[in-house]
Design a protein around this ligand. Structure first.
Ligand code: GLN
Length: 307
């Protein structure tokens, strides 16, 4: 299959959509990102990459980081994790408080904000403190991506902390139900730090390979998760990776995927490749508008959905 040709066609076809979405402005440091950018990368198991557009531009990975923190927490706590976090789609916006109250402080899944904040809390408990947890999460993502130089953008995480009232509310609510072990402020700050890590589509498509290959990175041979755990992460990506648009994403794209409000989306083609697309303009559910369409075009053109 001529992947480069397919990527070129997709870039051409989504061009008119790049300014249709809205850049996330509830994080002021992200407000000034130029929406007219688009990049897409595929990484195959032998490391071959195909790229188009702004694939070298670093962007804020935001909620894509939740895939990595969930992976780590699953590694350390195994099924014990589900005592404090569910694995059902929420059908609600990513930062909603309502369901969390009804359900006694147990977040529906690890990809809505409450669930991801809870995952970060477990990692802080495991590593002992916020600084070590942040360092180890970063190290883990660097290993998975094969990119030792990754950093997080302090301006973005500070900006989010300054305006993080809703995430603080979610964390406080969980704390009130005894479902958060560490200091609320520290947990939320650690969470914002991993959301503010910057990567490009090349790095992220490569970082998805272990999930395409039953938990084992096909390039380095490192086993990050057991086959069964990798299946679980993919399942939760498919059912919860796009919040209240997860059904829609499965319907149109048909791949396990995870979005972030920085405009990135990662997707997994089992036994074949990792994919990442980036375009900062978001749709009403906070997922990249052009990015979602690009992935739909990809599975339509290649027939590579899981269905
Ligand atoms: N850091 C963002 C937040 O907590 C992540 C949300 C997202 O990417 N959907 O609001």
């Amino acid at each position: 299959m001529d992947y480069q040709l397919i990527l070129n066609e997709i870039a051409e076809e989504i061009m008119s959509l790049q300014d249709k979405g809205k850049v996330a402005n509830y994080i002021p440091a992200l407000e000034n990102v130029n929406p007219e950018q688009f990049g897409m990368s595929l990484t195959l198991f032998d490391g071959t990459q195909y790229n188009v557009g702004d694939f070298n531009t670093l962007f804020s990975i935001q909620s894509i980081s939740k895939v990595f923190t969930f992976t780590l927490a699953l590694k350390f706590y195994s099924t014990g994790l589900y005592k404090r976090i569910g694995r059902e789609p929420s059908g609600n916006p990513f930062n909603s408080l309502v369901q969390l109250e009804y359900e006694h402080g147990v977040p529906r899944n690890p990809f809505i904000n409450a669930g991801a904040i809870n995952v970060t809390d477990t990692l802080m408990s495991y590593y002992g403190d916020s600084t070590t947890a942040s360092k180890e999460i970063m190290q883990f993502i660097q290993d998975i991506a094969g990119e030792p130089s990754l950093t997080h953008n302090e301006i973005v995480s500070t900006s989010e902390m300054d305006h993080g009232f809703r995430n603080m509310a979610l964390a406080n609510l969980m704390k009130s139900f005894n479902n958060l072990d560490n200091d609320v402020h520290d947990v939320v700050q650690t969470y914002f730090r991993h959301c503010a890590i910057e990567m490009n589509t090349k790095m992220l498509s490569r970082a998805m390979l272990f999930l395409s290959n039953h938990g084992i990175d096909p390039i380095s041979g490192v086993e990050y998760l057991s086959e069964q755990q990798a299946k679980r992460v993919n399942a939760v990506m498919l059912t919860c990776g796009h919040y209240d648009a997860s059904g829609d994403f499965a319907f149109h794209v048909g791949l396990p995927g995870k979005s972030g409000v920085g405009g990135g989306i990662v997707a997994v083609v089992p036994k074949k490749m990792g994919i990442c697309v980036w375009s900062p303009g978001l749709n009403a559910q906070g997922n990249s508008l052009a990015g979602t369409l690009a992935l739909e075009l990809f599975t339509s053109k290649t027939g590579m959905s899981i269905f």
